[in-house]
Design a binder for this molecule. Structure first.
Ligand SMILES: O=C(O)c1ccccc1N[C@@H]1O[C@H](COP(=O)(O)O)[C@@H](O)[C@H]1O
Length: 215
């Protein structure tokens, strides 16, 4: 059976990290978007990251961040990957890879088949692509809104040259179906494993990773 790798995004406590690690998640995400209920400071993320088990990929989620702020995050937190969740261009992706020496996952929002074309602009420069739902009009957050998109759009995808991950409204209940319908081998969740905005639920984290893994 194909191994499915899960990313649990927006972790804020040591208990969240322990639950993700014990459940078998492959990635954990620290959210540095200030308006998010999941956001953490550099100091908070650093304290959590140093306690994370070796082998768990620690991802920093940032949105259109400038160099000064991102330099402080990379200098202060032991990280394994950057997740760019804004309007970063392919040139900016390349620049940040070179500047920080970290793999970069670029997020692209999908709501219709035509959106798939944008992935071609990034697949040679990004290390991974995160395929997410587009944020609803007027939303404060560019992600983390718990909305899905029409997964059948991904049935029309071509082979991409870098690994990709599926996100957008995933939950323990729907992640199995999402994997079957899209062929995703990696899945990402934020709000779908919470009891309230920004509060992760260890039971839901375990249920999500188990459902993604087909257990
Ligand atoms: O989670 C957030 O608060 C967030 C804020 C700003 C940009 C991205 C954010 N989250 C990312 O969006 C996906 C999908 O979230 P959800 O599962 O639909 O709630 C999430 O996995 C994060 O990578």
């Amino acid at each position: 059976m194909t191994e499915i790798r899960s990313k649990i995004c927006g972790l804020k406590t040591a208990e969240d990290i322990q639950a993700a690690a014990e459940a078998g998640a492959a990635y954990i995400g620290f959210n540095f978007f200030p308006k998010s209920p999941r956001s953490v400071t550099v100091a908070e993320a650093a304290a959590l990251a140093v306690e994370a088990p070796v082998g768990l990929c620690k991802v920093a989620l940032v949105v259109n961040m400038d160099d000064t702020e991102l330099d402080a995050i990379v200098a202060g937190v032991p990280l394994d990957m950057l997740q760019l969740h804004g309007h970063e261009s392919p040139e900016r992706v390349a620049e940040l890879k070179a500047r920080h020496g970290l793999p970069v996952m670029k997020v692209l929002g999908i709501s219709e088949p035509a959106d798939l074309a944008r992935i071609a602009e990034y697949e040679q420069v990004a290390d991974q692509i995160l395929v997410d739902a587009k944020a609803p009009k007027g939303a404060v957050l560019p992600g983390g809104n718990g909305v899905t998109f029409d997964w059948s759009i991904l049935a029309k995808k071509k082979y991409w040259q870098c690994p990709w991950m599926l996100a957008g409204g995933l939950t323990p209940e729907n992640v199995g179906q999402a994997i079957r319908r899209t062929g995703a081998r990696q899945v990402d969740v934020a709000s779908g494993v919470e009891s309230a905005p920004g509060q992760k639920d260890p039971d839901l984290i375990r249920a999500f990773v188990a459902a993604a893994s087909g257990r």
